[in-house]
Design a protein around this ligand. Structure first.
Ligand code: ASP
Ligand code: MG
Length: 422
């Protein structure tokens, strides 16, 4: 059996959904589990809805109406029969959100987030599943919250592997024995009390990898709007090249440092069971794409990742003492407590520098806490460049007109925190 994952862009309108059904018609052979994200930018819209509702500013009903119109427009194109049951089903899903909006928030922010934002995946999978069934691609819709079980770290649910594995091997597998195709949601899970959790933005890839891991799948395919994994993000660089084959190791290094083509958590479960991952274009489904797996082919060209909106924080003990193990462990504890992910770090005798996303609210709280114990300096608006398999020519080209504030080199990877020269 195989696992397919379709992201938001691959189901962003009626034409895109039809394209998915074409791909499945040709490629869903001998048992396929299909994982689907919310349609287009629906997750962002639900985030906006949640913020306006939770913080009582703006007009959440208006945002909900936009989300509703977006989905019903797609429905009308896909289902000419106005009596098709999907219309009532989708209507009912929206009614549930209306009920939430009528009351004051029942939960703290993150928990409320998951209860609302997760609906994007419920809507998309119900629509795609019904469309496929209508067009002769028989499939069974399943609710991922029944088998992807997490703790209650809302917005970053930690998956309970043992419990999820046993549920997948019983409930999902039983249905897979009866149906050629199982269709389910990425990104969402459920707690033991049956509250909805999410696995972190762009987490659908991770769901696909987990299901493949639990089911010992032959392979996973992530269908994207790019031809495969490129050596750089086409948003920032011209002349990008597709990489044909990539080792798990190169893939995890590239995605960890921000190559957004696949979610970084995807690689580990697949590597652990040696399950190959294909990244392919849903525009040209017959093209080769990229194969990530146990290949002996190391990255032959430099791969680079560019992150903007970074902040460089320098932390120094107030009394001129060394940055030593005890200080460092206090510092790391604060970063972990506030879920701030470190992208690059460097230390000297009396200073420790960290580069991270400048996610304002989290960072402000973190800096205030750090300041109780340390002197804290920071540089906003810096960029982080990571080059895997670097060479001098690439470094020079990419750092032209930049001031390098921090540089870290290992044998295969160089990282530079830089600011633009005026
Ligand atoms: N829909 C979710 C998001 O946009 C999950 C995903 O797309 O992977 O973050
Ligand atoms: Mg998405």
């Amino acid at each position: 059996m195989q696992v397919f994952k379709f992201g938001g862009a691959s189901v962003k309108d009626a034409g895109a959904v039809k394209n998915v059904s074409e791909i499945l018609k040709k490629q869903a052979k001998n048992k396929t589990v299909v994982v689907i994200s919310a349609m287009g930018k629906t997750t962002n819209s639900f985030e906006q809805l949640l913020n306006e509702y939770f913080y009582k500013n703006g007009n959440p009903d208006h945002v909900l109406q936009q989300i509703k119109d977006f989905h019903f427009n797609i429905l009308r194109e896909l289902f000419p029969d106005k009596n098709h049951h999907i219309y009532t089903e989708i209507e009912n899903t929206f009614v549930e959100i209306n009920w939430i909006l009528e009351e004051s928030p029942a939960f703290v922010y993150n928990q409320q987030y998951d209860q609302i934002v997760s609906v994007g995946e419920i809507l998309s999978t119900k629509i795609v599943s019904a469309f496929l069934n209508q067009n002769g691609i028989k499939n069974k819709w399943m609710d991922a919250r029944d088998f992807i079980k997490t703790d209650n770290s809302y917005r970053e649910g930690k998956v309970n592997y043992e419990l999820s594995e046993s549920l997948v091997k019983t409930e999902l597998l039983a249905e897979l024995n009866l149906n050629e195709i199982i269709l389910t949601q990425g990104f969402i899970g459920g707690t033991s009390e049956n509250y909805t959790t999410t696995l972190g933005r762009e987490g659908s890839d991770y769901t696909a990898a987990l299901l493949a891991f639990f089911l010992d799948a032959e392979n996973v395919t992530i269908w994207k709007d790019v031809p495969g994994v490129l050596n750089a993000d086409p948003k920032w660089f011209k002349n990008t090249k597709k990489i044909d084959e990539l080792t798990y190791h190169d893939a995890i290094e590239l995605t960890y440092y921000g190559a957004s083509v696949i979610h970084p958590k995807t690689i580990k479960p697949l590597q652990n069971k040696n399950i190959p991952l294909f990244v392919k274009s849903f525009v040209e489904p017959n093209s080769e794409g990229t194969k990530i797996g146990n290949t002996s082919r190391r990255l032959a060209i430099p791969g680079y990742i560019f992150k903007i909106d970074q902040i460089l924080i320098s932390i120094q003990p107030k009394d001129f003492s060394f940055i030593a193990e005890d200080n460092l462990s206090d510092i790391f504890e604060l970063f972990s407590k506030h879920s701030v992910k470190i992208h690059a770090m460097q230390n000297s005798a009396i200073s420790f520098s960290v580069c991270t996303d400048n996610a304002t609210s989290k960072i402000e709280i973190l800096i205030t806490e750090l300041q109780k114990q340390f002197k804290v300096l920071f540089n906003e608006g810096v960029e982080l460049l990571t080059i895997r398999n670097y060479d001098q020519k690439t470094i020079l080209k990419l750092t032209e007109n930049k001031t390098i504030l921090v540089e870290q080199r290992s044998r295969n990877t160089i990282q530079m925190v830089m600011s633009n020269n005026l």
